[in-house]
Design a protein around this ligand. Structure first.
Ligand SMILES: CCCCCCCCCCCCCCCC(=O)SCCNC(=O)CCNC(=O)[C@H](O)C(C)(C)COP(=O)(O)OP(=O)(O)OC[C@H]1O[C@@H](n2cnc3c(N)ncnc32)[C@H](O)[C@@H]1OP(=O)(O)O
Length: 184
């Protein structure tokens, strides 16, 4: 992954520890919002990404490139692929059991991704320093051990719930996130 210093954990960053109440190994990670373009099951043209944590430390997800996701003819749009990376990294933040948002997202595109391809995504955290979480993800074509098409590195920033209340109903958002894991 070609990354900048902004997405590289600084000296002294800590690796994340298992958090009480965070999704346990083997859990499915549900969509945080029905209408989310990346993971919302109700979004008409979204990515409908589905995710789980196999081990409580990483997140795996799949996304099948559809007609609505094209940039060049029959190929996934790079911004759509970046969305998928952002989302799988965002879901891995569930494991930290605190609200975070993307501050910076860096993406390397290694292979074109045709319509109909299932992209197998994986994300993990490389370190935490204060409010900053340093995360990484990869997307592989066709299988969990398929060729790598996309890599991403991100800096996520911890926020409080009020961050989400400015443009939505805080009570509803909080109720939706009382616990992060729904399908044990
Ligand atoms: C409990 C239940 C959960 C609830 C869960 C609810 C819903 C769960 C939704 C999940 C959704 C997931 C989906 C995928 C994830 C998105 O896509 S999130 C959407 C995209 N991201 C955004 O909209 C974020 C927009 N940006 C912001 O709101 C603000 O800039 C931020 C990121 C909160 C930071 O603002 P701030 O809190 O005022 O902090 P600030 O002092 O500016 O920065 C803190 C530190 O971070 C650094 N920093 C900030 N931004 C950057 C940057 N871009 N580059 C480098 N460094 C930066 C600063 O330099 C500073 O460093 P230090 O000086 O401390 O060393």
């Amino acid at each position: 992954m070609t990354r900048s210093s902004l997405t590289t954990p600084p000296p002294g960053a800590n690796l994340p520890e298992a958090q009480p109440g965070a999704p346990s190994p083997g859990s499915a990670l549900v969509s945080h919002y029905d209408q989310c373009f990346a993971c919302g099951p109700a979004h008409p043209t979204g990515l409908h990404l589905t995710a789980r944590t196999p081990d409580g430390a990483t997140v795996e997800a799949e996304f099948t490139v559809g007609e609505a996701h094209q940039g060049a003819p029959r190929l996934a749009h790079g911004g759509v692929l970046a969305t998928a990376m952002d989302e799988v990294i965002g879901m891995s933040v569930y494991l930290l059991h605190k609200p975070y948002v993307t501050g910076r997202l860096e993406t390397d595109y290694l292979l074109p991704v045709p319509v109909g391809t299932t992209l197998h995504l994986r994300a993990w955290c490389n370190g935490i320093a204060g409010r900053k979480a340093y995360l990484e993800a990869e997307g592989r074509i066709g299988a969990p051990d398929g060729p790598v098409a996309v890599r991403a590195a991100a800096l996520f920033i911890e926020v409080n719930m009020e961050h989400f209340a400015k443009h939505a109903d805080l009570a509803v958002t909080a109720a939706d996130h009382q616990d992060y894991e729904v399908n044990p």
